[in-house]
Design a protein around this ligand. Structure first.
Ligand SMILES: Nc1ncnc2c1ncn2[C@@H]1O[C@H](COP(=O)(O)OP(=O)(O)O)[C@@H](O)[C@H]1O
Ligand SMILES: O=C(OP(=O)(O)O)[C@H](O)COP(=O)(O)O
Length: 401
């Protein structure tokens, strides 16, 4: 496994009275009223923050939320503050920016053990560009750097990678360490047969991962928004379903590669289609090859659930990232919930089950099955890239142990 695990240890850092910049992943799902619908990622940040609070550090939290283009109020991190404050037992202060004078003033006023949350770092385009000037500005806010954002460790951005060039020491937080310890162990030498289930909506960033997954897994099950690019590549009509037109060639070559490698690549054979993207849409079940014009696929159908469940029976390790459908709408949550139940059931029979990703974990939490799984990971894309054998830039950038 290329990703290093022996990263600098937070326990060796002297933090009393120091300004500690902690990159966390608070990219949580919000509903239309901007209410947090799953707090897994917030809870996961608590051990590192509490540890620093107890040792008198002055804590500066930074995160992104969503994929905003410039300053966008609906992607503010403000909705996270009440739950975070409750979990930490203090009032977390919210800054209105992530760099600059206002932020510097809030930090100067922070008492030992105090916590300030910076506004969404992606409100600056420089964050995703990993702009060195922006990274320098972030670095200037603090005396040391802790990366606890495992969910964003596969992104080489200013607050996950660039900042470490200007702020030392740069060490891993407890969540980062825990995720690496578990996932590297579980995927380097998985018990076989090994299956990956990939769905969700981040098609363009995850379809590329499939190529490497075909080298690692025995079974690959696809669902969610991922499938329509594969259908279209096979000449099926997909109505108004989510399709990445520029990935049709890649989809065709992946189907070929799976055959050559002897990997069972399973696509749903039936889908639940909707006449609009809404909770109260009209819906019907159609064969995968027959999505009518004007309809969009929002869930996998009952035959697919049956086939997927049967196939998973034979496995010893399963990693799942990306919901099977738009589970936020009850009507289209059936496939995701059925797969969650299947994995919980297999977990009880000794199969290693790993669920990763903000929305996938939210779906499993929603049906109350999270504690039945072997490992709940705060990273979807990050855990898939680890599985591919890739180095995670956010981890590579940290000091060596
Ligand atoms: N068929 C589909 N069409 C559009 N969106 C979908 C479809 N199936 C699932 N999704 C959406 O995918 C989103 C989660 O995708 P993603 O971010 O890739 O997962 P994760 O956060 O678990 O990594 C969910 O909000 C869900 O509604
Ligand atoms: O939610 C995340 O990734 P995930 O959906 O793959 O788990 C991370 O916060 C990274 O977000 P990004 O994929 O917008 O860089």
């Amino acid at each position: 496994m290329a990703t290093k695990r022996s990263v600098g240890d937070l326990k060796e850092a002297d933090v009393k009275g120091k300004r500690v910049f902690v990159r966390v992943d608070l990219n949580v799902p919000l509903d239309e009223n901007l209410k947090v619908t799953d707090d897994t990622r917030i809870r996961a940040t608590v051990p590192t923050i509490k540890y620093l609070m107890e040792r008198g550090a002055r804590i500066i939290l930074a995160s992104h939320l969503g994929r905003p283009k410039g300053i966008t109020p609906k992607y503010s991190l403000k909705p996270v503050v009440p739950r975070l404050s409750e979990l930490l037992g203090i009032t977390v202060e919210m800054a209105n920016d992530s760099i600059g004078e206002v932020v510097e003033k809030s930090i100067a006023a922070l008492p030992n053990g105090g916590v300030v949350l910076l506004e969404n770092v992606r409100f600056y385009k420089e964050e995703e560009k990993n702009d060195p000037e922006f990274a320098k500005k972030l670095a200037s806010l603090a005396d040391l750097y802790v990366n606890d954002a495992f969910g964003t460790a596969h992104r080489a951005h200013a607050s996950t990678e660039g900042v470490t060039k200007f702020l030392k020491p740069s060490v891993a937080g407890f969540l980062m360490q825990k995720e690496l310890d578990y996932l590297v162990g579980a995927v380097v030498n998985p018990k076989k047969p090994f299956a990956a289930i990939v769905g969700g909506s981040k098609v363009s960033s995850k379809i590329g991962v499939i190529e490497s997954l075909l080298e690692k897994v025995d079974i690959l099950i696809l669902g969610g928004g991922m499938i329509f690019t594969f259908y279209k590549a096979q000449g099926y009509s997909v109505g108004s379903s989510l399709v990445e037109e520029d990935k049709l060639g890649l989809a065709t070559s992946l189907l070929e590669k799976a055959k050559t490698k002897g990997v069972s690549l399973l696509l749903p054979t039936d889908v639940v289609v909707a006449d609009k993207f809404a909770a109260d849409a009209d819906s019907k079940i159609v064969p995968a090859s027959g999505i009518p014009d004007g309809w969009m696929g929002l869930d996998i159908g009952p035959d697919s659930i049956k086939t997927f469940s049967g196939t998973l029976e034979s496995t010893k390790t399963i990693i799942w990232n990306g919901p099977m459908g738009v589970f936020e709408f009850e009507k289209f949550a059936v496939g995701t919930e059925a797969i969650a139940k299947k994995l919980a059931d297999l977990s009880g029979k000794g199969v290693t089950t790993i669920i990763g990703g903000g929305d996938s974990v939210a779906a499993v939490e929603k049906v109350g099955l999270a504690d039945k799984m072997s490992h709940i990971s705060t990273g979807g894309g990050a855990s898939l890239e680890l599985l591919e054998g890739k180095s995670l830039p956010g981890v590579l950038a940290l000091d060596d142990a």
